[in-house]
Design a protein around this ligand. Structure first.
Ligand code: GH3
Ligand code: MG
Ligand code: MG
Ligand code: MG
Ligand code: MG
Length: 314
């Protein structure tokens, strides 16, 4: 799809802004009441390229969690009021923190302390003084694993696209960002494979699965890294095109449809078939809530189906 150069440039600038803000430098919360140890951890981790926040009193822990959204906890054990073990246990009770890595860093080197750390849900137990290279490596390895686990939790197995729940959450985040200021347009697309039941009935469920995986791959290939793509339902996909005017969105999805419709799908050795989809696009309007936005796209999708399928309507 082509756009005037001016729009293209503005578009690119916005995208860069978005990407920079999403650059996602890992955030590490250091829970440590001793100033010297806290400064040491901050220095080591910041020079390793991480964002660091220090919580020096358990009383403020929940607040740090809620505002900083850490991706890893480096936890002291001896703290005023409650212990690091207690805090770890508190964290592990929350579903959304099930995969959050917790590394204990403590002067308690005895076996008993290691056992308590493990029981509290700690992933690792390091002792003070810790070598900076060991601390940085432990943190780096745990972060990498946590990101991988998160991607498994939030992605659908067949298509590797966002699950329904994660897609909805991301749509909400875009709406929240918009409410805070971001100007410009955004388009929500709902896309549904045409006569997919027939595909399954004629060529088998496995051939159907391959069609879905192929469609997912071509969505990923044609869309930008910052676009949000989810498997909304069985053979239904959701796409949020942020910073893209509705006309551009329609052109983009139509081109995608034409290319997809031209693909030769195979079942067995001699069977070849083609598949189309229908899509409905709804632009964002100020004050629109998530469900109303999706409902609008769904109504348009329904109109696309009713009027003959194999088309993209706005
Ligand atoms: P329409 O053009 O109106 O959308 O017709 P349709 O046949 O695509 O719609 P319908 O909702 O009647 O059927 C959707 C089918 O998609 C039924 C279901 O078995 C199939 N389906 C859903 N998820 C999967 C999947 O993961 N793999 C396969 N192979 N089929 C699936
Ligand atoms: Mg302490
Ligand atoms: Mg369908
Ligand atoms: Mg249907
Ligand atoms: Mg459907």
């Amino acid at each position: 799809y082509t756009k005037p150069a001016e729009i293209e440039a503005a578009h690119r600038k916005l995208l860069q802004m978005l990407e920079r803000s999403q650059a996602e430098i890992p955030r590490i919360l250091v829970v440590e009441d001793d100033e010297f140890h806290a400064a040491f951890a901050r220095t080591v981790l910041e020079s390793a390229g991480y964002q660091v926040d220090v919580c020096s009193a358990p009383r403020t822990f929940t607040e740090h969690m809620a505002t900083f959204h850490p991706e890893l906890l480096l936890m002291d054990v001896n703290l005023p009021e409650v212990s690091g073990y207690d805090l770890a246990r508190l964290v592990r009770q929350q579903e959304q923190h099930a995969a959050l890595p917790i590394i204990f860093l403590t002067s308690e080197a005895e076996m008993e302390s290691r056992i308590r750390a493990a029981k509290a849900g700690g992933d690792e137990h390091l002792t003070k003084p810790v070598h900076p290279a060991l601390l940085a490596s432990a943190v780096g390895a745990r972060l990498e694993r946590a990101r991988f686990l998160k991607s498994l939790l939030h992605r659908d197995g067949l298509t590797r696209l966002l699950t329904h729940a994660s897609f909805m959450e991301q749509v909400q985040q875009v709406i929240d960002r918009r409410a805070r200021s971001t100007p410009g347009s955004a388009s929500l697309v709902l896309l549904d494979v045409d006569h997919f039941k027939r595909v399954n009935d004629t060529y088998g469920h496995q051939a159907g699965d391959r069609v879905l995986a192929t469609l997912a791959a071509s969505l990923r290939q044609h869309l930008r890294r910052t676009d949000i793509i989810g498997r909304y339902g069985g053979e239904e996909f959701g796409v949020l095109l942020d910073h893209l005017p509705i006309d551009d969105a329609q052109r983009l999805i139509t081109r995608l449809l034409n290319e997809f419709a031209a693909l030769d799908h195979t079942a067995g050795e001699h069977q070849h078939f083609r598949v189309t989809f229908s899509a409905g696009i709804a632009p964002y309007r100020e004050g629109l809530e998530r469900h109303a936005w999706i409902e609008a796209a769904d109504l348009t999708l329904y109109a696309a189906k009713k009027s003959g399928r194999n088309r993209v309507l706005v």
